[in-house]
Write a protein that binds this ligand. Structure first.
Ligand code: PRP
Ligand code: HPA
Length: 178
């Protein structure tokens, strides 16, 4: 498991000053490109969830990189996957919420029938930075009366204190960066 974690960590690249000066961008492209490391990632996330929760009903993924990690994980667990998307992409009745970004704001949406009241949901994304995106996603799921078991990410940027923004919602990250 330590070796698999290292295989994952070794496939995260860092780019200074992307997309704006001062940001050190953590890039998971090499991780997705390497089938051994990608499998190790999904193995580790699956093992974490199986060890933590006796039952998961739904995996919810965040637009867009949560869509890369959520579906293979949902397939492993034998549960469904639901989309939490940027505004204007989902047809039919939706719930929406606007949230603060480092510069400006954005809006997330979920279809009103995506989860049923009381369903046990794990929310997945590639990375937690300020936590604004994850917090907004949890607010949408709370409006649908989902039971949020955990927010689960591959990478946590510790210095931005995003986990604190999630307050009482359980949070887990595979890799932490300062
Ligand atoms: C990135 C990342 C997370 C979010 C984290 O996505 O994939 O979803 O930002 O930032 P936060 O914790 O400060 O809210 P981005 O909004 O760049 O969208 P993308 O996945 O479509 O590239
Ligand atoms: N990498 C990828 N996505 C991000 C980052 C990062 O460092 N910060 C905010 N979103």
């Amino acid at each position: 498991s330590r070796e698999r974690l290292r295989a994952v960590r070794d496939r995260v690249r860092s780019f200074p000053d992307f997309p704006v000066p001062g940001v050190l961008f953590r890039d998971i492209s090499p991780l997705l490109k390497d089938p051994v490391a990608f499998k190790a990632l999904i193995d580790l996330l699956e093992e974490h969830l199986r060890a933590s929760f006796p039952k998961v009903d739904v995996i919810a993924g965040l637009d867009s990189r949560g869509f890369l990690i959520g579906p293979p994980l949902a397939q492993r667990l034998g549960v469904g996957f639901v989309l939490i998307r940027k505004k204007g992409k989902l047809p039919g009745p939706t719930e929406s919420i606007s949230y603060a970004l480092e510069y400006g704001k954005a809006e997330l949406e979920i279809q009103s029938d995506a989860v049923e009241a009381g369903q046990k949901v794990v929310v997945v994304d590639d990375l937690l930075a300020t936590g604004g995106t994850m917090r907004a996603a949890c607010e949408l799921l709370a409006r649908l009366k989902a039971d949020i078991l955990e927010c689960l990410v591959v990478i946590e940027l510790k210095g931005l204190r995003g986990a604190a923004k999630l307050e009482a919602i359980p949070f887990h990250s595979l890799l932490q960066y300062d």
